[in-house]
Ligand binder design. Structure first.
Ligand code: MG
Length: 342
């Protein structure tokens, strides 16, 4: 196999307001893995909290390049991806980019879509949520109009202006809302008070209510909350499921956190054994990584895969939505097409 990669920057349509300022762009690295004249595409995307950037991803990819290029057979993903995983700790986004490219490549070489190779029913895809940030009422209204076709909204709260944000949205729409607190509630009492306030407002679930390592308070809240609670930052990889299994109702699986499709699939299987609900999420990614994640969504309860809709310069064509329901294509691999020259 031959590996190549190129750093890129994605620009947001609406800047994201976060605790430490405003984010207008995000780094990604696009990966190409070639075998027998066929190219598989992959993507690493690096939100600041995972500790990766262009440099760390490129360094990791250069490190594993000789191993990958020595592989004559791409059809042993367990062996290839376990070796990649063992090459360095962390670097989960960089590892995910290889995993995605390898799945895309082998799917194309077999001329079958990944969802089919996974045994999924493509009609069973969930509706994706459509993200709203904390903003001025007029901006929120405008975003609700832009996302008119989507059936479920996702609202990022910050732990401070939460009631005002929900009330503002409820002035414009009564669509179901998935709430993402991003660790914003500081005490278990505040978290319980807020989940009780949100209950009855057509809220589907609450994601990452409190600090990611605070499993004791998460369990306390789990025993009392009137709404389902999902772990996002509290769970990164397969082995973390043991940490969250009795303090959340569900988990948010993202390829960039868990090193890619192979591990994500194993996490889904384990979550099912433990009666945990599954949400498939994404970072601010192009249609490449999001189409890869979408292959797994027939196995999930919910999906949060609107990443490509939030950026101005999507580099790929991939999954589409039908009234917000994920549409998986019959194209081989992850079903994407590069629509730019680097
Ligand atoms: Mg989240």
């Amino acid at each position: 196999m031959k590996l190549s990669f190129v750093p890129q920057t994605l620009y947001f349509k609406h800047p994201f307001k976060i605790a430490h300022g405003t984010r207008t762009s995000t780094p990604v690295v696009i990966v190409q893995l070639e075998h027998d004249g066929v190219t598989g595409y992959g993507e690493a995307c690096m939100p600041p909290y995972l500790g990766e950037d262009h440099e760390t991803v490129m360094t990791f990819l250069k490190k594993v390049q000789p191993f990958l290029e020595a592989q004559k057979d791409p059809f042993d993903p367990e062996y290839i991806l376990q070796t990649i995983d063992a090459a360095a700790p962390n670097n989960t986004a960089a590892k995910a980019s290889i995993d995605i490219a390898l799945h895309d490549l082998t799917g194309k070489l077999k001329n079958r879509p990944c969802w089919q190779l996974l045994g999924a029913d493509k009609n069973k895809t969930p509706y994706t949520t459509y993200t709203l940030g904390m903003d001025e009422p007029e901006v929120i209204r405008q975003k609700i109009v832009e996302g008119n076709e989507f059936k479920i909204l996702k609202v990022k709260l910050n732990g401070v202006d939460d009631r005002a944000a929900i009330n503002t949205i409820r002035n414009f729409t009564d669509k179901p809302i998935a709430v993402d607190v991003n660790q914003g509630w500081k005490t278990k009492e505040q978290a319980l008070e807020m989940t009780e306030w949100l209950a009855g407002k057509n809220i589907l679930f609450v994601e990452q209510a409190m600090a990611k390592n605070n499993y004791d308070d998460a369990r306390w809240l789990f025993e009392r909350s009137p709404l389902p609670l999902y772990a996002d930052e509290s769970i990164q990889r397969y082995t973390d499921i043991e940490l969250v299994k009795d303090c959340f109702h569900g988990i948010n699986i993202k390829l960039m956190k868990c090193t890619g499709m192979l591990e994500a699939y194993k996490m889904i299987v384990r979550a099912r054994e433990l009666n945990l609900k599954v949400l498939i999420g994404c970072m601010s990614e192009t249609s490449c990584a999001v189409s890869a994640a979408a292959q797994l969504t027939p196995f999930a309860d919910h999906a949060d895969l609107d990443g490509p809709l939030l950026i101005k310069n999507n580099l790929f064509e991939g999954i589409t939505f039908n009234d917000g329901k994920i549409v998986l294509k019959d194209l081989p691999g992850i079903g994407v097409k590069l629509i730019t020259d680097f």
